[in-house]
Design a protein around this ligand. Structure first.
Ligand SMILES: Cc1cc2nc3c(=O)[nH]c(=O)nc-3n(C[C@H](O)[C@H](O)[C@H](O)COP(=O)(O)O)c2cc1C
Length: 172
């Protein structure tokens, strides 16, 4: 077993890159993503240097995080490259402009975050991009996150996904 499987299943998202005004738009699946800090609201994710996403983030220094329960779409954008296909037209992805940045967002998601790159850490084959969250929106949530938390997909590995089904509250 690979060491990183010890940290799966984990939330899987779709990273958006490019610039809507320039007509350059791409999306890829990502499960190596995490919140980083709150004082400077920040998230980070690992991006393989071979990916088209890496090329676009290097160019525009922005990325979006799109959270959707659509695991079919996640699989499609996670197994094709923007170097070869226009994923927006091929997979009929409905996109929209964010409130703060020019990076594309996917319409009708559970949540989306617009991030400006503030750090890049190169480790082996990846760049870990840390982005400051400039704007974000989420559907129906309370202080503990999504009310319908079971809609958040978790990636187990390969083609295996899971959705959580139980909620526990520790006593006060
Ligand atoms: C479920 C899933 C999770 C993935 N997680 C990551 C990840 O965390 N980091 C990464 O660099 N690639 C990840 N990938 C692979 C990229 O999404 C995939 O190589 C994609 O084709 C890159 O697209 P691009 O060349 O258009 O950027 C994942 C793929 C899948 C299917």
């Amino acid at each position: 077993m690979k060491f990183y499987r010890t940290l799966h299943p984990r939330p899987v998202v779709i990273i958006g890159s490019g610039n809507i005004e320039e007509g350059e738009v791409n999306f890829m699946a990502c499960s190596w993503i995490t919140p980083i800090a709150e004082d400077v609201p920040a998230v980070g994710f690992a991006c393989d240097k071979e990916h088209f996403t890496h090329t676009l983030i290097k160019k525009y220094k922005e990325f979006s995080v799109n959270i959707t329960e659509d695991i079919n779409l996640i699989w499609k954008v996670g197994t094709s490259s923007g170097k070869e296909v226009n994923k927006v037209s091929t997979f009929n992805i409905k996109i929209k402009r964010g409130k703060a940045l020019s990076v594309p967002l996917i319409e009708n998601t559970l949540a989306s975050l617009e991030c400006k790159v503030i750090r890049e850490v190169e480790v082996g084959e990846v760049v870990f991009y840390i982005g400051e969250v400039k704007s974000w929106e989420a559907s129906d949530f309370d202080e503990y996150g999504y009310k319908e938390f079971w809609r958040l997909p978790l990636h187990k590995g390969g083609k295996a996904f899971t959705f959580s089904s139980k909620k526990f509250y520790l006593p006060k």
